[in-house]
Design a protein around this ligand. Structure first.
Ligand code: MG
Length: 165
């Protein structure tokens, strides 16, 4: 296999915590009970958004803001794991297979490790390839360190399995 059949993409997303007590915190498709939710048009799942952006970037298909605009009522309160799933379907239709995605979720809270396996299972099922998630703390530095929000970085590798028609 020639290296040109492989493409890498990166994704990044950040959302701030909401003061709205009705917002639920959803990360990697997991709901964290008793935690403040994040501000966003969709469910504000920064992990799923970073995964979707990494995949779109790898395939050269733009970004999540173009594909799933926050002005579109279809995505209001949307389950963002579904967005990641749609992106994987879009890539498949263009002859790409997802090899894997790796995410770094940067937050002071919630604690990531207890839910990591669950997030990985949900995201892996959505994109049809292994998705790994690690939690990182910001060590009290900056906005994330002040617990004003969460950020997520993702790197995706995709492979061309069908030549474009
Ligand atoms: Mg987002």
């Amino acid at each position: 296999m020639s290296a040109s059949r492989l493409r890498v993409g990166q994704g990044f997303d950040v959302h701030r915590f909401s003061d709205d007590p009705d917002r639920r915190l959803v990360l990697g498709g997991c709901t964290f009970e008793g935690e403040r939710g994040l501000v966003g048009h969709s469910d504000a799942d920064a992990v799923a958004h970073a995964v979707a952006d990494a995949l779109l970037g790898a395939a050269g298909l733009g970004d999540i803001g173009q594909r799933f605009p926050d002005t579109d009522p279809r995505w209001a309160g949307a389950d963002s794991v579904g967005i990641a799933r749609e992106v994987a379907t879009l890539l498949a239709a263009q002859g790409w297979a997802v090899v894997n995605v790796d995410c770094s979720l940067v937050c002071e809270r919630p604690k990531v490790l207890p839910r990591r396996d669950e997030m990985q299972a949900i995201l892996s099922a959505a994109v049809g390839a292994p998705v790994t998630v690690t939690g990182r703390r910001a060590e009290g530095l900056g906005a994330i360190g002040r617990v004003e929000g969460v950020a997520c970085f993702a790197v995706a590798l995709i492979e061309r399995v069908e030549d474009p028609s």
